[in-house]
Design a protein. Sequence first.
Length: 752
Amino acid sequence: MLTIENLSRRGFLKTSGAAGMALVLGAKVDLVGKVWAAAPATLSPNVFVSIAKDGTVTLMAHRSEMGQGIRTGLAQILADELEVDWTKMVLMQAEGDKKYGDQYTDGSRSIVKNFDRLRQLAGSARLMLEQAAAQQWGVDPSEVTARDHAVHHAASGRSIGYGELVEKASTLPVPKPESVKLKDRKDWKFIGKPVPNYDLADMTHGKAVYGIDVRLPGMKYAAIQRPPVLRATIKSYDATKALAFPGVEKVVEVPSPPADKPLEFKALGGLAVIASNTWAANEGRKLLDIQWNDGPNGSWDSVAYRKLMEDSCKTPGDIRRKRGDAEAALKGSNAKVIEAAYWSPHFVHAPMEVPAAVADVKGDTMEVWGCSQDGQALRKTAAEMIGMPEEKVRANVTLLGGAFGRKSKPDFGAEAAFLSKQVGAPVKVTWTREDDIQNGYYHAAAAQYVRAAVDDKGKPIAWAHRTVFPAIMNIFTGQTKPGTWEVDFGLTDLPYDIANIQLESGEALCHVRVGWKRSVQNIFHAFAINSFTHELAVAAGRDHAEYVKDLLGNDRHVDLAADGVTDYFNYDNDIKTYPIDTARLKNVLDVATREAGWGKKMPERSGMGLAVHRSFLTYVATVIEADVAKDGKVTIPRVVMAVDCGTAVNPDRVKAQMEGACIYAMSACFFGEITAKQGRVQQHNFDDYPVARMDTAPKVIEVHVVESTEPPGGAGEPGVPPFAPALCNAIFNATGKRIRALPIIHTDLSAT
């Protein structure tokens, strides 16, 4: 439920950091999402807009900007409904504080959660300005119209700028929601238009401030040698050589998290080298002599771990969705059963900007800066690390140079807080690439086993799918079974019209910190589902695109409740507002295949592959052309994507997110893999954890944004899941070699 308040007379001006404002409106939403909520709902407004006497409109951006353009998108919504001159729009980045409500910038939900809220807030402000002008002119409010940063009276030809009206408007009550008439979409000026990124100029000219850019007077620099094995502790150490290195000032032991409690976002512990500059800190760290107690994860070996998970996947798990009797159909006397097992390894986020934070503890207060996806989590984690009440901490959110889910876990802020308190000065903690790869939060590895009983036309009459992966919930509760919402990422909502369905999940131990990564479990679930449908289509001798549409059945909204699923989280949104719509899946598939020229004759050792998937309330189909040389080298001449994300606030940013998703997904599925021996991650940097480079990236990426009047869906993550299966299907069509395990580089694709 949305409530809007006039804050102009409540002291907000004194605390907002912006002087001279005369009209300040705040909106609050009393219901916070059940899964993603960073904090309980409060009585404080959590979205603010203000208009100053000089006409400047300020939006308090409560979401983190990490290159996805969310600050621009939020500003577009406000500017459109408020009839703002874009050149008079200013964004202020909100600090991490519960008064702003949910600040978690992940789950591809910033527009989803704020579209209606911002429109209503802006529409209320617009109506108040119109009422103020009408009173000043002594005319009926119905005779005036706000347009282009001013209110106009057509009958007299008069107009008056917003700045001249705010003082009067600030005294008016907030209009009732039913009295606010929002603009028709045909009249939108900014929504649905490719507006340039608000932060682009500062980014281009080097003025943008990221986590690694923060500098304070008297600041010290820290490099931390963290445990090489999860939950390992220091047995002994000798810091003599490190302390002798020029610039090194101190060596501080960072406490390990309690062994009997979940890790959450806590610092890992280790030994920190404090120095006068980053280089000295990193060089000094190399000279530390540390002996470790490896602890319970010291025997972890990724090869054995994979076999354990694959074996587990062949045994019954917890049933998450059931329709009919899939097991009976699979065992039927006339059943033709097709089965396949799929594997996806641990991946790591590897954002371009590594985690970084600065903390300044002064007495009983602290200020912290960080490239965090959630300022509230940064504040809470830093405060807990030093036992300080949250209300004594100010958390500042910088720009983020990529994040992908890693920077929603601000352990780096906790480290900076602890070290600042220890040394009595501001301290910057900057992770290295090696730190990032060897001590991060990893995307879950997954084993999957899929079986289908098919009729004489090759169409499934039964689908049984079992998934085994280490749970994200482990870092919060220690549990080894995934939460319901984790299985919901791309499996529970299997959209096919099949008479008998049984979907199960197993359990797996966690030997590293497992956390959400761009598109989360959708990555491996979409890989298995789309690969298996291709295997079924090939076995049936049918075209893959037509086969998938046949599986989707009649246009309908998938009824999970009919299959006993009563707690499907649907990306934290109402299933009635955001149903699982097979017509939209079919449509993006039709658009992508049409634009790609699906079915055209391909050269020898070249092929097309496709995949389609719904995630984060958005529907994406991807068609990939792959060329496979006789030596096995794969090149991708062209990728064609169709995306239906409902109402697209900024289609240009949607396209950019889809293009980026291609590169990101290729980096993971083609090259990426985290392995371990004796509990130690074997990869270190981009030499042994490669990412896609210009010479390996797709030559052409075409993105077709489907025009839609549906509510907005997510854009940051949905482009990732279809990539891997589309590419693997293309490779099969080019070579006849099936890839069921990622990364692709482990499969010999050379001509034989």
